[in-house]
Design a binder for this molecule. Sequence first.
Ligand code: PRX
Length: 672
Amino acid sequence: MTGAPASDSSGSGIESVMHEDRVFDPPASVSDSAHVPSLEAYRSLHERSLQDPEGFWSDVAMELSWFQPWSKVLEWDAPDAKWFVGATTNVSYNCLDRQVEAGYGDETAIIWEGEPLEPGSGPEVRSLSYRELMDETCKLANALKSLGVGKGDVVTIYMPMVPEAAVAMLACARIGAPHSVIFGGFSAQAIADRVHDASSKVIITADGGWRRGGIVPLKANVDEACQQADCVEHVVVLRRCENEVSWTDDRDHWWHDIVDSASPDCPAEPMGSEDLLFVLYTSGSTGKPKGILHTTGGYMVHAYLTSKMTFDLHPGRDQVMWCTADIGWVTGHSYVVYGVLPNRVPTLMYEGAPNWPDPSRFWQMVERHKVTQFYTAPTAIRAFMRWGDEHVTGHDLSSLQILGTVGEPINPEAWMWYHRVVGGERCPIVDTWWQTETGGHMITPLPGATPTKPGSCTLPFFGVDAAIVDEKGVEQPADTGGLLAIRKPWPSMLRGILGDRERFIETYWSDIKTEDGTIYYKAGDGARRDADGYFWVMGRIDDVLNVSGHRLGTAEVESALVSHADVVEAAVVGMPHEIKGEGIAAFITLGPGASPGQDLAGLLREHVAKEIGAIAKPDQIRFADALPKTRSGKIMRRLLRDVAAGKEKTEQDVTTLEDFAVLAKLRESEEA
Ligand code: PRX
């Protein structure tokens, strides 16, 4: 990054060698008892949801509990939406009290499996009923209140995947303190940036978290972050790993000291529908990650309905929902916690890694807990394919009913493997397209209704008016690529970017405008629709990478690299990667005295991990004398992508001799 304007688009991803034209009908075993039992039923309900969105969403919202009803379902003044105007509710109430008050307090709310400490050792398993979860939530909520946390105060959560992470989210929601969950793999610097941006005064963390037999030093990272973020007044620390941690007396509090003695009685605060529920940071094409804002009523209703419909959840049917995402991502927010609990189906959480202590961990868990709904990312599916079918087939997976994927396009090979080896050719696959900004599923099959095509996320969810358009909002003909846009408001849409109205408008609401001045939501993905109206998402059209289903801005990785003393200029592009979908390639020019090579590449990788987190480490680093640029000084990323992908020839326009020379040198440059 050199201050030059953002360059042309990205959108690589792994290249498919398989062609799969078959259409997979929903199995009768699922359709017969599904909420939406046929394509016709889906179509008529979808049509109703678009014709009469207020009537549709009002009916859905009435399935949940509200303290005060709404006076109006929707107020839309693009790009500002207000849903369930004038109503009050509480998401924590809908997850917990609602079940307890209806007499289901003893049913299981959360099943949790800790990381087995060594091969062959039995895993640590805990299960919490709705009543237990509510008691823990109330106690923490009271403890937070005693630290001075009130309505509107942002609380940062930086936790391992333990039930207390969900407790922390629910406790914040209960007292109206918006949370900002930070993925446990992010660095101290990333915490400091987010805490500072949200002016967060309280951080909830743990001494550590287990991962692959080692301890992730969460508390130490928080300590380091606090040196920069001086807005932090209190740090609540859960004891998980019993590791030594340093302590700041007037700031740090052990969870057990302040929570165990707190009262389990904490009535849920009535929250306005449009009160902030959470901030969640995600990467964009420029600058630092942005804090996406989600509010209470609309998010709750959308997360509830998508969980119910996409995974066909039915309370009382012995289902167990396992979404493998960490709560640090939006998928964990919506499909580990907020969408599942109001549906009264147990949610499974796990700590650690899918292949620790061995590659059969997931499938042992499916068997042990009789998982019925399983939701993961294509990158995990590809890794399992590589590790070998025997780890999967050696387990009884007959409990599985529905399989889901999210986060990136799924290649047909991975889809077919998932269908055959994991699903035993009997489980529908729901390939769900959505984003941090959308809060919940937007385009997805419904398991009892939608015939699926490997690689397509199929048809829009209820209330979602998705289209492939050009910049004037004109819908593109079948099989023609274009911008993926959403033309009407939906309940869980982002309400803004924390502290940056201009960026909100510019990023999502400026590029697609119809002749009559209507603006559409721009998702930032390129896609096409086929003749059956099915959506095929190709990938990002901006400078956002999708690495293992996680978003990273090229600009973020570049600024991490140029913050190293030896680096003068850095350009980061995506490259095809067999497991991650997209890998990270960095082209770097060095200052005088620095010597290119493996050693420096290693140092730079560590530097990026320290600045952002291990997920941002470049897979490929190439040192160059110069980077190819246009005459106006823009880095020619398309060329770099071709080099990173190992293409011998480029189809890009290379016009100047200087470009040729630079390009030839880059090709010769060694990958470090
Ligand atoms: O490019 C799309 C891709 O992931 C992006 C959203 O990333 P994030 O906000 O981190 O949320 C991920 C989990 C919801 C999208 O812009 N993406 C997500 N799901 C799919 C997908 N691409 C293709 N198919 C999907 N099912």
